[in-house]
Design a protein around this ligand. Structure first.
Ligand SMILES: Cc1cc2nc3c(=O)[nH]c(=O)nc-3n(C[C@H](O)[C@H](O)[C@H](O)COP(=O)(O)OP(=O)(O)OC[C@H]3O[C@@H](n4cnc5c(N)ncnc54)[C@H](O)[C@@H]3O)c2cc1C
Ligand code: FES
Length: 271
């Protein structure tokens, strides 16, 4: 794992892309070069006294040559509601933090042969860099995306460019794709197998609201697939020192920031 750096990242772009959703493009060459899929940055806005604690955001995409990273964020509280007003200047980002998805390593060693990526809402963001790397390595994978409405499926065009088969989509309001939650689409794919060859998936990665992740983990385990999830615990230090982000696992308490945020689904003890 690359050593953590604290980069002063200049804002190149920060624009709305969907309901409450924004795309932030930052120039942070060291992190852009080192980041692995699923890792995140722990970010603060210099000079904002009200935001003493940093906030964690997954790297949605990175361009190592240009030295840029993108973050897809949802306005939910004080920092993410203020952030859209920043059109220039810089943020401070510690990163890249956390473990990466094990998919690429599993493909390399032969324990994964087909992957299914499942993203709910803004949970599609930490899976996108994984989809990019799988696509570049020409490894077979499919994608299931769920969102509240069609407008909120902001990642879909990017996934469409990376995936051999069109991602399966659901919307809560039925405005696009399957009407309802995306779990029936996951069930169907786990039963039918990979779109390309009909062979069973042996690797599932999921990120999204906790109830969705719980269901998908159960579905993957029942289908005999190895499953990983990205947990979104609230964090303070983000570097393993404060224990504010501990998760109960079958191996005892683990720190979500540095021992996660990616966990083996069989390891997590759900509350
Ligand atoms: C590893 C990791 C990666 C993340 N990646 C992304 C990402 O790519 N895009 C994105 O939009 N968000 C992401 N998040 C969530 C993001 O960190 C929070 O939305 C952000 O910290 C909220 O800050 P705020 O000041 O706007 O909200 P606050 O004012 O601090 O909180 C507002 C509300 O949001 C809730 N909240 C805050 N943080 C979390 C959290 N971690 N989990 C659940 N509820 C929370 C609070 O309970 C509260 O109700 C990630 C979280 C983690 C742990
Ligand atoms: S946030 Fe401090 S140990 Fe994880």
């Amino acid at each position: 794992m690359a050593p953590l750096v604290n980069e002063h990242a200049s804002i190149l772009q920060n624009r709305p892309v969907g309901p409450g959703l924004h795309l932030l493009q930052l120039h942070m060459p060291v992190i852009a070069r080192q980041v692995q899929p699923g890792q995140f940055v722990h970010m603060r806005i210099p000079g904002r006294e009200g935001h003493i604690l940093r906030r964690p955001f997954s790297i949605y995409d990175s361009d190592p040559e240009a030295g840029t990273c993108e973050i897809l964020y949802q306005a939910v509280g004080s920092l993410t509601s203020y952030l859209p007003s920043l059109q220039e200047g810089e943020v401070e980002a510690i990163g890249p933090v956390g473990r990466t998805w094990s998919a690429l390593e599993r493909f390399r060693e032969g324990s994964a042969t087909r992957a299914l990526l499942v993203g709910g809402g803004v949970g599609a963001a930490p899976l996108h860099l994984l989809a990019r790397r799988l696509s570049e390595a020409r490894l077979p994978f499919d994608v299931v995306l769920g969102a509240q409405t069609r407008d909120a499926l902001v990642c879909l065009p990017r996934y469409e460019r990376l995936c051999a088969a069109a991602p399966a989509c659901s919307t809560d309001d039925g405005s696009f794709g399957f009407a309802g939650f995306c779990t029936p689409l996951v069930e169907e794919r786990l039963a039918k197998g990979c779109t390309a060859d009909g062979n069973p998936y042996d690797y599932v990665a999921v990120c999204g609201p906790e109830p969705l992740m719980r269901i998908v983990c159960g579905q993957a385990e029942a289908a005999g697939a190895y499953c990983e999830l990205s947990l979104e615990k609230r964090m303070a230090c983000g570097v393993g020192a404060c224990l504010s982000c501990v998760v109960e696992t079958v191996h005892g308490k683990k720190r979500s920031c540095v021992d996660g945020p990616i966990f083996d689904s069989r390891e997590v003890v759900w509350a």
